[in-house]
Design a protein around this ligand. Structure first.
Ligand code: SME
Length: 150
């Protein structure tokens, strides 16, 4: 099963209409995303809880590390740069944090709120190598903006 991003976007828009609570929004986005594509083996948010500090939010899949400083991991790189990180081979990413030994590739996107502040990152892991591409990054960015920057 491969995600149909436009259908998924409509579903998420309908499910989150009128909702402003970040945790409720994050939990709903994670649930819909995680079940939309066989590539997605871990799907979750890390939230900015202090300057340069991420802490785990709603997620689906196996165990997720609880705390990630901005100077660590793929999540830290996405938060620091404010740009999507597409990692074809996590073994080749310096400082990758392995919450699961089965992860082979990963995509992480920054999450912005309406006024422009970084509120966290969306992290999706796959047990398949090179599972993500630019089209995924662009489609996911549209969904994140629709939900968190409205
Ligand atoms: N691999 C991430 C850490 C989170 S786990 O994937 C859930 C990283 O390197 O930042």
């Amino acid at each position: 099963m491969l995600v149909d991003y436009s259908a998924l976007s409509k579903t998420i828009a309908a499910l989150t209409e009128g909702e402003t609570d970040e945790v409720a929004l994050m939990a709903t986005v994670v649930c819909e995303l995680h079940h939309a594509d066989d590539r997605f083996d871990w799907t979750g948010f890390y939230r900015v809880v202090a300057p340069d500090l991420l802490k785990i939010g709603p997620y689906q899949g196996g165990h997720g590390c609880l705390v990630i400083p901005f100077d660590k991991g793929v999540c830290g790189a996405a938060a620091r740069a404010g740009e999507a990180q597409i990692v074809a081979d996590v073994e080749a990413f310096p400082g990758h944090i392995a919450c699961s030994s089965s992860t082979r590739s990963e995509i992480v996107l920054p999450v912005w709120e309406k006024a422009g502040a970084l509120i966290g990152v969306l992290d999706i892991d796959s047990d398949r190598p090179d599972a993500f591409d630019q089209a995924d990054a662009e489609a996911l960015a549209v969904i994140l903006e629709m939900v968190f920057a409205r």
